[in-house]
Design a protein around this ligand. Sequence first.
Ligand code: PSU
Ligand code: MN
Length: 308
Amino acid sequence: MIPIIPSQEVAQALETGQPVVALESTIITHGMPYPDNLAMARSVETLIRDNGAVPATIAVIGGVLHVGLTEEQAEALARAKDPLKLSRADLAFAMARRLTGGTTVAATMMAAHTAGIPVFATGGIGGVHRGAETSFDISADLDELARTPVTVVCAGAKAILDLPKTLEVLETRGVPVIAYGQDAFPAFWSRDSGLTATLRLDDAAAIADFMVMRARLSGFGHGGVLVANPVPESDEIPLTEMATFIERGISEAADAGIGGKAVTPWLLARILEITDGRSLKTNIALVENNARLAAKIAVAHAQKSGKP
Ligand code: PSU
Ligand code: MN
């Protein structure tokens, strides 16, 4: 048996076929500073409830893989000192050593699928880093999307990555990339990356239909689905503006010798400083926007799966 502990509320929702939305927690432990991280975690859960689904934030606390956190657990995670960043490669280690950490998109997908939750909301996925041709830094999120059947609702991928290469890898690995309500693939803080997503759907019900059909094809073997939901216009920082901040952050990261798992958290924190907090406001708005859409998809999917 896989040692996963669902909260009472999540266990009950899953038993009775109610819609559930999984949430990652690296965004809490490494993506935003305290106390904004805790406020974001709370508002996202509230938005999911307001849209008719049950939130299930996933994290490892003291070695236990939790699916659904109590208020106290969420607060402890948001305040944790030196929490780990847990991707597929790190989960068992953290659990065996009874450690605490936030789960990335990859690790959250693993836990959500094991728990029986088909829909998951995050901010942005990891991808192919700029310079990957020499560093080989490609997020495990992409591999997980290729293998684990969970629908991930994100705001695209951050423009700190190499977005054309990220889309190429997703295509090679057979991951459908669906832009929501527009043709362009969004770039996290910005609505338009300048690249076109291969697929487009305009409402939650159509995405749920797509999920159901993909599951029916699972005899061929199938993995996840990526839904790329642009940040609301009122909160976006256009790419032209963002590009300058990103270039500066990346060159500073290189000078400081930042590499590996530390790159994304370091850049997010530095860009927050460079933009004087504006990027954080956008980051929170896009996660909230993704939570709303994920809840709508989960509700539509639960109906189409013949459950209440
Ligand atoms: N996007 C954010 N904040 C984050 C991340 C993405 O706005 O904290 C995290 C996600 O958990 C994602 C991870 O899965 O970064 C990717 O890290 P890496 O590139 O090291 O795989
Ligand atoms: Mn990496």
